[in-house]
Write a protein that binds this ligand. Sequence first.
Ligand SMILES: Nc1ncnc2c1ncn2[C@@H]1O[C@H](COP(=O)(O)OP(=O)(O)OP(=O)(O)O)[C@@H](O)[C@H]1O
Ligand SMILES: [Mg+2]
Length: 257
Amino acid sequence: MRAVDAEKVYFSYGAEEALRNVSFTVDSGEFVAVMGPNGSGKSTLMKLILGLLKPSKGKISVFGVSPSAQREKAQQYIGYMPQREGISKKIPIEVKDIVLMGLTAKKRRLDFLSREDIKIAKEALESVGMLHLWNKKFSELSGGQQQRVMFARALAVRPRLLILDEPFNGVDIPSRNKILEVINSREDLTTIMVVHNVNPIVHFIDKVLLLNKKAIAFGPPKGVLTTKNLMEAYGASIQVIECAEGYCHPILGDTHG
Ligand SMILES: Nc1ncnc2c1ncn2[C@@H]1O[C@H](COP(=O)(O)OP(=O)(O)OP(=O)(O)O)[C@@H](O)[C@H]1O
Ligand SMILES: [Mg+2]
């Protein structure tokens, strides 16, 4: 089954074009990476899949549903971890409430949390080693801890589709591995992950979308991560190194993870 189907999608913020004629498909159970330089439209594309934005032209469907026209239905399927810049670091509530908020948003009943919900929220935190912070204030966590809590929140809605926008930003290697372990252990889960550095996930992903307003290349990593495609995406000034097994990746002056 198709998890995501994007057909000739365009999007502009006012006069500024962010995406141009982007088409790609993600099958159920696939793990897809989205790469591209700063401002290339990656987060915008994630918001279109979530139905937070609506294409100016073209069509997106998520498990057969239009996320902008049937946002509530589409959101039942999706666990979302926004890019760190978009998360207020001063949220004056506790870790448990952050994770439970994801569940209540799905139910649309703030007053009704079952024991099962609490159990699910605890399991999600446990899976990224954060359960001991259950009663801690979110604002008092370190950046990497906040990221892990946001991942747990996305996971707690038991999504069919996980959308992670630069989830490893500020996250240490053991925590990154924990997150990857969780993703890889769920075969039925579809994952779309925005990353700047593809190396940690290159052996797990089925496909890569290389984006710079338009889709420069899409498909299995070996065919997409070529010097030619990376040059086209990042510009001729970028250094591209070839790794041992034939995968290429750009060396980025690390912007944000
Ligand atoms: N709310 C907004 N209003 C106006 N322009 C926006 C808005 N959000 C993004 N843009 C513009 O759209 C373009 C794409 O932004 P987007 O956030 O999708 O890029 P990105 O690929 O996620 O970049 P980064 O790697 O820095 O996260 C940029 O030129 C940006 O300035
Ligand atoms: Mg972004």
